[in-house]
Design a protein around this ligand. Structure first.
Ligand code: SAH
Length: 278
């Protein structure tokens, strides 16, 4: 069975190189060929693609992507794994292993992102990724995290993460992935997520909206007038101005958790006009 062979090869590589896996780096490798194929197919790869892979591990995805594309940059932080990866891809001349911390290093130019990322840095990594321009990303996330990532206004999992993500990209879960698809088997299930960056038309900038979102989402279950009151107090806005701001604030009675992107945009623009910048 195929499944058996990728699993066995992974075990062999780890054994022959005396690798002790580091839990804190989220080292758990994809060994189920069905999901490797699904992830690669969803990436719609072709010979013109420059692919970025973050957290390449022992290269189980890397070696499958390499024959399909022009170039693949494989980022791996762990020195031992980066060495193993270099040896494994020695015959693939379009693979470049970049040994660095994916949160710190600059990425080379890429148009597709295919990665089973380290789950412990999912949040900052997603923000970093979304600051780059690219066509399409197919990423493996922890299932619970993926649900927060794709949540829409009013959903139970709607959060700062969902808003900040949807300001920059369309995201959807394309598959549920059971934990047995990995070795060693993690304690959580996963999801394959499709990310398509976009430029949306807004009145305020993404940064301005993010700023307001970061200030009001800690009061997710409160109504807008109340959340904004907290925010304005923090900015030391005087009583008179606050009263004036609240007098005709849009969505005053709507709860923060029910505010979608366009509503948040309108609210941000209103506040900016009133206080002349954040
Ligand atoms: N994509 C591989 C490995 C997934 S495990 C596979 O699916 O088989 C996650 C990998 O990310 C590990 O190899 C780990 O060493 C690496 N990693 C963890 N933190 C990292 C960071 N900050 N920058 C780059 N790689 C990191």
């Amino acid at each position: 069975m195929h499944n058996y062979s990728i699993l066995e090869e992974t075990k062999r590589i780890l054994r022959e190189n005396n690798v002790w896996l580091k839990k804190r780096l989220g080292q758990s490798f994809i060994v189920d060929p069905e999901y490797i194929s699904k992830q690669i197919q969803a990436g719609e790869l072709d010979k013109n693609d420059a692919v970025l892979e973050i957290g390449a591990g022992v290269g189980n995805l890397t070696v499958k992507i390499s024959p399909l594309v022009k170039k693949i940059y494989a980022i791996e932080l762990d020195h031992n794994l980066a060495e193993i990866l270099r040896k494994r891809v020695a015959a693939h001349n379009n693979v470049e292993v970049l040994e660095c911390d994916a949160l710190k290093c600059e990425y080379p130019q890429f148009n597709k992102l295919i990665a089973n990322i380290p789950y412990n840095i999912a949040s900052p990594l997603t923000f970093k990724i979304l600051s780059y321009k690219f066509e399409l990303g197919i990423l493996m996330y922890q299932f619970e995290f993926a649900k927060r990532l794709i949540a829409k206004a009013g959903d139970e999992n709607y959060s700062r993460l969902s808003v900040n993500t949807s300001l920059k990209a369309d995201v959807q879960i394309i598959d549920f992935v059971h934990r047995t698809a990995f070795y060693p088997k993690p304690r959580v299930d996963s999801a394959l997520v499709k990310i398509v960056p976009k430029d949306i038309k807004l009145n305020s900038t993404v940064e301005e909206i993010s700023q307001v979102v970061n200030e009001i989402f800690p009061y997710k279950n409160k109504k807008i007038h109340s959340a904004i009151k907290h925010y304005m107090n923090k900015l030391n806005v005087n009583k008179e101005t606050l009263k004036q701001i609240l007098s005709d604030i849009p969505y005053s009675e709507v709860r923060v958790r029910d505010m979608n992107i366009n509503m948040l945009d309108e609210l941000t623009t209103y506040i900016l006009n009133k206080i002349g910048g954040i």
